[in-house]
Write a protein that binds this ligand. Structure first.
Ligand code: AMP
Length: 140
């Protein structure tokens, strides 16, 4: 059984505007922003605006809304970073590699011969800001 949703998780705080994020895109149901420990240039995250921990407790409507935005963001990062492809990552529960318990999909632009960086290294905020501007321009 899946644990209860914690409304004080960090992405819920981002949605409520209690902590900052580099906003890229939003619609009625989803929000996309930069990952602050990017494993590739342009690494961003897509989350539903309504609460759910992960795929295990999400509704089909939440999953559909998130994947619609994942596709939009995949096209945007491909264009912004002239990428050759995109890797999507999505983790469920701690055993599945999840660290933040609000459903999210990682969108990672990829380039030939460039490996993903190891997780856990904080980005330079000026670099992240500039990358966010590139992605927003690609969405425009
Ligand atoms: P995971 O739950 O394993 O998919 O990992 C959570 C992801 O959220 C990691 O890639 C972190 O770098 C990212 N992350 C954690 N806190 C923040 C934050 N405040 N803003 C943006 N990304 C974050």
């Amino acid at each position: 059984m899946t644990a209860a949703y914690d409304p004080d998780n960090i992405f819920a705080k981002i949605l409520r505007g209690e902590i900052p994020s580099f906003r890229l895109y939003e619609d009625d149901d989803t929000y996309a922003f930069m990952d602050i420990m990017p494993r590739a240039d342009g690494h961003c995250l897509v989350i539903p605006k309504t609460p759910c921990r992960n795929v295990l407790d999400a509704t089909p409507a939440q999953l559909a809304a998130v994947m619609k935005t994942v596709q939009i963001m995949s096209h945007a990062v491909m264009k912004a970073f002239e990428a050759g492809g995109v890797t999507l990552q999505q983790f469920n529960e701690a055993v599945g590699g999840q660290e933040v318990f609000h459903l999210h999909v990682h969108v990672l632009p990829r380039h030939e011969g460039v490996a993903l960086r190891p997780p856990g290294k904080m980005a330079d905020m000026d670099v992240l800001k500039a990358q966010a501007e590139r992605i927003r321009a690609a969405l425009a």
